[in-house]
Design a protein around this ligand. Sequence first.
Ligand SMILES: [Zn+2]
Length: 130
Amino acid sequence: METHISLPTAEPPKCDFCSGRPVVACFIASDAKLEFELVDGEPTGAFKRITLNSSSHWGACEECAAIVRTWDPEDKEGKAQEAMYQRCYDRAPEVIRNSASGVASLYLIQDQMFWSVFRGVEHGMDEVHQ
Ligand SMILES: [Zn+2]
């Protein structure tokens, strides 16, 4: 089974990291597409192929924006990433926290679609809705 999901911009906007509100900052990654497969329900073990698309703009709430702003290109340990993974894990619904594939996709989406392409660019909220 093939599923295509364009990650929508919620109205009012939600934080693209933790789903919190309000969104107070916007960071620029790049347009991204991520494909992965999930086991589609026990006990059949059938795979479901999922394609996610996201735009380059990542909205962030106050707390997540503070974490993103600690990002340092010289930091090889990825402290900002670690802090964000932990925050998103803590705030994820129980059904995701209790699922290995849920946790993996939580990290994978953020890593592939944001951190791997983020170069520290933030722009003003007045430029977000154009
Ligand atoms: Zn947030």
